[in-house]
Write a protein that binds this ligand. Structure first.
Ligand code: NI
Length: 193
C-alpha cells in the first residue's frame, strides 16, 4: 500500500465526473487499498478517487465509529430527506471549513469490492460523508454548496485538521483570501485523462 498524492483545489481532476466501474479488476483493490492508506494518513473520514487523481467511480468512508473502512463502488444517493446545516471540510481544500446544507437522512446504494450490492440508510456524519463523497465523484465540492462567501473560513495550513467534523478552531485567522472556486465540468464533457 502507498500514500498517494492528494489533489488540491484547483486541480482540474476534482471537477471531473468519475466513470462508472463495469468490472471489478485487481487494480481496483490496489487503488482502494492506497486510498484507504492516504485517507488514514490525512485523518479523513472519507476520500474519493478524484482526490488521488483517478476517475474511477469509487470512494472510501470510515467514520470514527466504524471499525473498518467501507469501499463504495459506483455509489449513488437514492433518497434524501430533511435538511440541516453542518460544518464541513475537505482533504482537497486544506485549511478551510464551511457551513453547508446537507440532508438529515440519506439512502445510498453501491457495490462492495466483492461485487455485492451494499444498501445504506444513514444519518449524521455518515449521511454527510455519503453526500460529500458522491459529490466528489460528480465533480462537486462542498464549497459549491455555500450560501455565501461568509460561510467559508480559514482555519489553518495543516491538512491533518480536515474532515474530522470538529469546529474547534473556527474564528481564528479568518482573513479574506481568494480561493479558486469554479463549478464542476458538465457531465457531457469528455474526460480525456
Ligand atoms: Ni472532500
Amino acid at each position: 500500500m502507498a500514500v498517494l498524492r492528494m489533489r488540491l483545489l484547483p486541480d482540474p481532476v476534482l471537477r471531473k465526473q468519475a466513470k462508472k466501474i463495469g468490472k471489478i479488476l485487481p487494480g481496483l483493490k490496489k487503488l482502494t487499498a492506497d486510498m484507504i492508506e492516504t485517507m488514514h494518513e490525512h485523518q479523513g473520514v472519507g476520500i474519493a478517487a478524484n482526490q488521488v487523481g483517478s476517475l474511477q467511480k469509487v470512494c472510501i468512508i470510515q467514520t470514527p465509529d466504524m471499525e473498518e473502512p467501507m469501499v463504495l463502488i459506483n455509489p449513488e444517493i437514492t433518497n434524501r430527506e430533511g435538511e440541516r446545516e453542518v460544518v464541513e471540510g475537505c482533504l482537497s481544500i486544506p485549511g478551510y471549513r464551511g457551513m453547508v446544507k446537507r440532508s438529515m437522512t440519506v439512502r445510498a446504494r453501491a457495490l462492495g469490492l466483492d461485487g455485492k450490492v451494499i444498501r445504506i440508510k444513514a444519518d449524521e456524519l455518515l449521511a454527510q460523508a455519503l453526500e460529500h463523497e458522491t459529490d466528489h465523484l460528480n465533480g462537486i465540492l462542498y464549497v459549491d454548496h455555500l450560501a455565501s462567501r461568509e460561510d467559508l473560513w480559514k482555519i489553518s495550513e495543516h491538512p491533518e485538521d480536515e474532515e474530522d467534523g470538529e469546529d474547534d478552531e473556527a474564528g481564528d485567522g479568518a482573513e479574506e483570501e481568494s480561493l479558486a472556486v469554479a463549478g464542476p465540468e458538465s457531465a457531457s464533457q469528455d474526460d480525456s485523462d
